[in-house]
Design a protein around this ligand. Structure first.
Ligand code: GTP
Length: 342
């Protein structure tokens, strides 16, 4: 059985970190986020199709050097084809029912249980469902008691919402679904294909699960997922190899070879490999990229500093994305479209 992992997005909401690397390789507790998805695959999946485009070489290299025990196919789209186009583009590699998984979701979803549910329901298309409190930010599933989904309502008011269940970014599909997707164009599975399947079949089901679910596509949730996973491990901080720490850390994660000099305080902050944070610096709710140098006396709040940036002494950054280098060719100015949520 195959699993397609969608990893071809630009990750514009996580720029400037994604100017230099694929979003799916951004570390969470020093491990690329795509690895969390690969580790969650059940034994039934023997082949992983990586649907890639932007920064595909980095993703390819990661899997060349990290054996995950499954066959890996790097399926490079000529241009980004969207979530539906990427699935159609993988058609030649599929042999039966298959998973489609977003690479930016960290969740306790049990894919083995999802297969059993799918088979029991004789479903053509099963999507994972997660309950949320604030439905007004999401596409909400209209789901019957037996799990049959009859539609989605986009960003409903609380009182008009058919349920509190949203698309959680993991699908299990029968090959017949491929006939609904046109070849070679940018196409959204969620916006264009799912409504058609619902209309034409009554075999579209939702699989609810409990535990945890985090869409780590934006900066606040990227920091939150670190804090959440540290808490689960009962850790106050997560520190990579060869770090030198003279200052204070709280709810923070350091990559390898990071230096935190004296009287410096980090709170809810992620620092990537080889960065140096000088004396008397305060950083909160921020991400500092690789090989950065943050000079003495600086204050950084709710900000992101891209790789290889240098922050001058006594700088104040608040709600700031720091990037002084060139932006990669073809990188979009804004989000192209998204799958879950808005
Ligand atoms: P934003 O620009 O911040 O919205 O990020 P994104 O480009 O990753 O888009 P989004 O978060 O909506 O994507 C959800 C998942 O689909 C991620 O795992 C993306 O890598 C993936 N994805 C989005 N667009 C494409 C595409 O055109 N091709 C492929 N192969 N994957 C895609």
């Amino acid at each position: 059985m195959e699993a397609i992992i969608l990893a071809g997005g630009f990750g514009t909401r996580l720029r400037p970190l994604t100017y230099t690397r694929a979003k799916s390789l951004l570390p969470i507790l020093n491990e690329p986020m795509i690895n969390y998805i690969v580790r969650s695959l059940p034994k039934e999946v023997n082949k992983v199709i990586l649907a890639v485009n932007y920064r595909k070489k980095q993703i390819e290299e990661f899997f060349e050097t990290h054996d995950c025990g499954k066959e890996i196919i790097v399926n490079d789209e000529p241009t980004p084809l969207g979530t539906g186009g990427a699935v159609k583009f993988a058609e030649n590699h599929l042999t039966g029912k298959f998973f489609v998984l977003n690479s930016d979701i960290i969740a306790s979803l049990n894919l083995e249980e999802m297969i059993s549910f799918h088979e029991k329901k004789n479903s053509a298309s099963t999507i994972s469902l997660w309950p949320v409190e604030n439905v007004s930010e999401f596409g909400v599933a209209d789901v019957k008691d037996d799990g049959n989904i009859v539609g989605f309502v986009e960003k409903p008011k609380q009182e008009d919402a058919p349920s509190n269940l949203i698309n959680a970014g993991a699908y299990l599909l029968e090959p017949e679904i491929l006939d609904y997707i046109e070849k070679g164009r940018l196409i959204s599975m969620e916006k264009e294909i799912f409504p058609r399947i619902i209309r034409d079949t009554n075999r579209f089901f939702g699989f609810r699960f409990s535990g945890y679910w985090m869409d780590v596509g934006r900066m606040s949730s990227y920091i939150d997922v670190h804090k959440f996973l540290m808490k689960r491990k009962n850790l106050q901080n997560y520190i990579g190899k060869n770090c030198k720490i003279k200052g204070k850390l709280l709810d923070s994660c350091l990559g390898e070879n990071v230096e935190i000099r004296k009287n410096t305080e980090l709170n809810s902050t992620v620092v990537y490999n080889n960065s140096i944070i000088e004396d008397n610096v305060t950083i909160a709710n921020s991400v500092i990229g690789e090989n950065c140098f943050i000079e003495t006396g600086s204050k950084i709040m709710n900000s992101v500093v891209g790789d290889k940036e240098c922050i001058q002494p006594n700088s104040v950054l608040n709600n700031h994305l720091r990037w002084t280098q060139s932006i990669p060719n073809g990188y979009p100015k804004k989000q192209i479209g998204n799958v879950i949520g808005e």
